[in-house]
Ligand binder design. Structure first.
Ligand code: HEM
Ligand code: HEM
Length: 537
């Protein structure tokens, strides 16, 4: 009866919307299965949690900077002067039933959202999933990552506690550091001299309306493009650039994804119910005078704070205008790091001259330069993030904050180069090792002495599947200078392809297998096919 009701209902809807075709199309979509495809989903599900918990918070949070005197239930704050925004955050935390849980869920979901976005982005980066035809989706994803940071920053600025006020003060400083227009920009944003009375209501609109709407729209585009260009898959037998091997969305993937959503929801709720985050009553209401040690932003904004802490206080004056290099240089670094990410797919395609479609992913070690560049990017990011915690590290490890700052200043130049080189060499070593495995099989440590005195080691051949994965990697020849290839491009290409190890060719593999069969024949003749090594006893 239920099935009949469903069928009748479905038919009714289909006649009015012609949605049946779409359901059939989406239901039959193939989604490949691999653990690394889970991070995009975690980002999606934590965004849903942000929407739900955020909606609850809007019912109680008051985005106003009017001054009030606190007379709520939290004793230590009784009689303190604060903004209504801060007061309502205390009210949410102590008096609204479930309020603290929702605040913590909202904040933890934001942290998980950004972790998932970063890990997802680097999964896409290291496997080359951004290559043609997915460059556009990479850009959509990149915008989602930047919007995620804006959402997080505007969110934790709302409660108007000391930490959020200090974060806003940094934004004020960054703006004022821009020559000529800086002061005007700051006045425009804050509606007068910092902190003014307008910033919290303005951030509120940005935070609960503009940014979530933009994220929602971009996620819709992201997933539509995903369906249109189909998902990639890892190398394996039967997986080519012309097919997708996986499960249909309905029923297999839908059930898995549904279950996974509840898992993410459950884990975020568990963390939020047990682990305090942003306990604003400990920091107190915003007051422009105190800036305590231990004032760190959320993890995804640490890198921006690090840039400001590491840069020396350089500035000079031209025609009466102060040029604050200590503001402009970090901004250039932030811009450079972001631009590198946004443009990487185009940069790589330009360097390699590769305009083919790719649906089979690269294993990261098969592209040593890309992998090296990615790890170098992460290294710079981490050093900036560590720079933002220099006070905490100095306190906990009893080190000098000046020494630490100098250590990070030097490392930011040295470490990425070192890390690039080490990663590249490790990838090449892995490629060589895998190449040996594919051609000669696994060493067994069993050595047979032949009648002529020759020593032969017995190799166990790989199974077809493993060999396929190792052999199936993209072969691509470097561009040659001349014929429309500029000298700069040829240089970049030779940097990219230096030490290039080409994949195993079918002829090479055939020869290796023939050789192995021949050797096995010889060994069998001596050992009678019994390779068991006599024990030492
Ligand atoms: C694929 C969601 C951010 C680039 C996917 C998938 C989902 C997803 C569910 C399919 C599963 C998977 O491959 O993991 C999201 C959400 C995001 C986000 C909800 C943030 C709100 C990003 C970012 C980038 C990116 C920051 C890169 C800068 C891509 C690309 C694919 C993809 C290129 C296709 C991958 C393939 O076919 O192998 N995204 N993503 N996404 N995402 Fe994202
Ligand atoms: C506060 C992040 C979307 C409403 C916050 C806070 C963060 C945050 C980190 C500070 C929480 C705290 O006090 O500890 C995000 C992110 C979002 C998002 C990353 C999306 C990508 C939303 C949406 C809404 C919303 C869609 C409303 C529909 C609020 C409100 C507050 C807040 C009212 C202030 C309440 C408070 O701080 O206690 N947000 N949020 N947020 N968010 Fe969001």
């Amino acid at each position: 009866r239920v099935a009949r009701l469903g069928a009748v209902g479905g038919d009714w809807l289909d006649q009015r919307t012609a949605g049946g075709g779409l359901v059939k199309f989406l239901g039959r979509k193939i989604f490949p299965d691999h653990w690394s495809f889970m991070f995009g989903e975690v980002a999606l599900y934590s965004f849903v949690i942000l929407l739900v918990s955020g909606t609850f918070l809007t019912m109680f949070f008051v985005p106003s900077m009017d001054e009030v005197v606190y007379d709520g239930v939290y004793g230590p704050m009784q009689g303190a002067h604060m903004s209504r925004a801060f007061e309502s955050t205390l009210h949410l935390s102590f008096e609204v039933k479930g309020g603290l849980l929702f605040r913590q869920m909202h904040h933890w979901a934001a942290l998980v959202f950004m972790v998932a976005i970063f890990v997802h982005m680097f999964r896409v980066f290291f496997t080359g999933a951004f290559r043609k035809p997915r460059e556009l989706n990479w850009l959509v994803g990149f915008s989602l990552m930047v919007l995620g940071m804006v959402a997080g920053f505007s969110g934790y600025s709302l409660p108007d506690d000391v930490l959020s006020g200090n974060g806003l003060r940094v934004v004020d400083g960054l703006m004022k550091g821009i020559p000529i227009v800086g002061t005007y920009l700051s006045m425009l944003l804050f509606g007068g001299e910092f902190p003014g009375h307008d910033i919290i209501p303005r951030l509120f609109t940005i935070h609960i309306l503009l940014v979530p709407a933009a994220i929602l729209g971009l996620i819709a585009i992201h997933l539509t493009l995903l369906v249109l260009s189909k998902h990639t898959h890892y190398p394996g037998p039967g997986r080519t650039d012309r097919n997708v091997v996986g499960f249909p969305v309905f029923p297999v993937y839908a059930a898995k994804a549904g279950g996974f959503f509840f898992l993410v929801f459950g884990i975020i709720t568990l963390i939020s119910a047990t682990t305090a985050i942003n306990a604003v009553w400990i920091y107190g209401p915003y007051d422009p005078s105190p800036v305590s040690a231990g004032s760190q932003p959320d993890w995804y904004m640490l890198w921006t704070d690090g840039g400001l802490r590491l840069i020396p206080g350089w500035e000079f004056t031209i025609f009466g205008y102060v040029i604050s290099l200590n503001i402009l240089l970090p901004m250039a670094i932030y811009g450079g790091l972001l631009a590198f990410l946004a443009l990487y797919p185009f940069l790589e395609a330009w360097v390699t001259g590769d305009d083919r479609e790719h649906h089979v992913l690269d294993l990261p070690y098969n592209n040593p330069v890309r992998t090296g560049l990615g790890v170098a990017w992460i290294t710079i990011y981490l050093i900036l993030a560590l720079g933002a915690t220099n006070d905490l590290i100095a306190l906990k490890l009893h080190l000098s904050i000046n020494d630490l700052t100098w250590l990070f200043r030097v490392s930011i130049f040295v470490a990425p180069v070192l890390v690039f080189y080490i990663t590249k060499r490790l990838c090449i070593a892995m490629q060589r090792h895998k190449r040996g495995l594919a051609l000669h099989g696994v060493e067994t440590s069993k050595v047979v002495r032949m009648p002529n005195g020759e020593m032969l080691e017995i190799h166990e051949p790989l199974n077809e599947y493993d060999r396929w994965v190792l052999v199936q990697h993209d072969d691509f020849r470097p561009l040659k200078a001349g014929k429309g290839v500029s000298a700069l491009r040829a240089k970049a290409t030779s940097f990219f392809f230096k030490d290039y190890i080409s994949p195993v060719t079918p002829a090479e593999l055939r020869e290796a297998l023939d050789h192995a069969a021949h050797e096995k024949h010889e060994i069998d003749a001596v050992t009678g096919g019994d390779y068991t090594v006599p024990s030492a006893k």
